[in-house]
Design a protein around this ligand. Sequence first.
Ligand SMILES: [Zn+2]
Length: 453
Amino acid sequence: MQELFLRLPYSFRTLLVNLYGYGLARNRYGGSFNERLKELLETQWIPQEKIKQLQFASVKDLLEFSYKNVPYYTKLFDEHGLKPAHIKQLSDLEKIPLLTKKIIRENFEDLIASNVKRSDIKLSHSSGTTGQKLFFYLPKILKYQINYAVNARFYNWAGIKPFDKRVTLGGRLFTKHHPYWIYNRAENQLLLSIHHLNSETVDSYIEMIEKFSPKFIAGHPSGVDFIAQRLVNTHKTLPLKAIFTTGETLTDEQRQVIKKGFGVDVFDTWGLGESVASASECEYHEGYHEDSEYGIIEFIKTEKGYEIVGTSLYNYAMPFIRYKIEDIAELIPDGQQVCKCGRGLPLKFRRIIGRNDDQLTGLNGKNIFSVTVRMNIKPFLMEGETYQLIQTSKKDFTFKIASSDFNPDRNRAFNNMLLGILGDKASINIEVVNEIHHDGGGKLRNVVNLTNK
Ligand SMILES: [Zn+2]
């Protein structure tokens, strides 16, 4: 499908992106979106103690529902002699065993509520930032209107309104060559392909952004940082209101460069496709406010540090209760989770800890963002597989894949796909392994470059 799409002429691709964009915009911003956003803009000011009480009432409803209607939780609670009534306060949640990706895969059908209407839910999968694909169901209303209302509240913290003119520097594959952008009318949005951003094209990106004159840019920190670096080097700037980053961990260095290059504040947000919890920076940038109406963030102490555990308050289709997210955070202790902005939403953590993926250098000498690697590999992965692509010299690469089902056909397919990203003359050594060892931090790094160390 994707290959076919990419081969179409630019005008056809623009048309299809716009048709798809209108459909998405209707799902995202239709129905209850406006009401939800209005409500979220009010509830953010509720005092923190009260917010926690409301959160507890929500999670109680979810627990009672799940015990009654979700076979996995009925069994789990019974096995542990637990009843929803035993959970008397938020801190009692720790009595409930954690939910892991492995458990979800092994109990997929039993995790679906028996009384859910299949037409109200949508099969989704995680973005694979840890390299491990996971399938799950989300209520459509959560996937679209609720997620987008929560995001719109975050944008509001930077003075941005829904449908303000914007540039998205994203990972979607919509072109193979120039032009590297498509205008999506439904969201008043210029989509820029991060995959073609390099030292030769960066000036054309800057020119295009200048011409479009957006209120803000949203994108992966690595791509936004690349453009900002060029602005710094050429003493240029672009008149924007804000920059939003997501999808990768924003480093302090990137934040400095982006601020300097664009001359505006960077607002970072943290969340995941599983839609269990999210947290974002406000205008004071002192940490990440939990979106408390949406999900509960807890921390568990492991040998890696404080790992985030999330509970979705809106997923009644396939409840994720105490889901182990595998992100490590520098937490803000209870009692200190207040912010100068006065919002009651607790400031849960200072930052996400962990090393980021590296950039690679292709055989043509141009940089390759890790998001390009991740996006291209994603369609080839099977559930539960993890991988790591390592550049060991200018032209040598090792691709490790932890898989129990790898055959010569897949080997060939992976090899061709990787040659497409890295360059025809790249030498790729594919290693099938049982497990890929983490080198610290929460997430497995998918892309490692050993040549610039
Ligand atoms: Zn704040």
